[in-house]
Unconditional design. Sequence first.
Length: 256
Amino acid sequence: MRTPFFLFYRNPCVFPCILLDGMVKFGYSISNGGETMLYCMADLHGEWDFFLQMLEQIHFSDTDHLYILGDVIDRGPSGVEILEQIMESPNMTMLLGNHEQMCLSTLGPHNEFGARELWRQNGGMKTYRELLYHSTPHRRSRILRFLSGLPDCLEITVGGRNFHLVHGFPGNDPHTRIWGRAEPDSISPFPDTICVVGHTPTVFLTGRMDKDFSIWHGNNIIDIDCGCGNPKAPHRRLACLRLDDMAEFYVGGTGA
């Protein structure tokens, strides 16, 4: 069993969590009369314009909190810039996605054989070049240090609902939590808990290629990856889920 240790976040609404066997559990308390709104996004993939438009649409403020379920980088042009925005924002919490893991496996201190080629095949070269050739050693080290400290899942309670947030799929091992995928018949493995995931574009769950991609609702599993990072997909959108009332917000698409 891994020895528990404490993580501290700057958001005053979140109290310390204990990381045990790779699982991060948060207690969440609203201390401002319920004015704090909690949001989830995933798989931004460098689409800076969509990200800024979404923050404007939801009227994101200093009293709100945003959870980003990994895959901020790669494919789109501005993943590193979005990362730096998250790093400077005390009311944004990011989870580790498979693209951040590929970055660490390639450029981190424990780089793995074959990691660069896998990353290249998955659209990582924009991030690779930005960090290796267009960043100072200090900037690169700071970003890699940030990525290496990201949890791969969180559990929070909002308005009486229990949520398990994870990039890939809820599981007992890091590979599943980062690389696993939801299927149309997937169910939440945790009783009375809604799992919110990314990683798998919802079009692969709905089969609706001719419609703007939307958040997918399964059996206590919600997939919010609506296809950012693929400029050839006109129906791709950035989705945002407000956990307080389950309201959905979208940027992009064709209107279909």
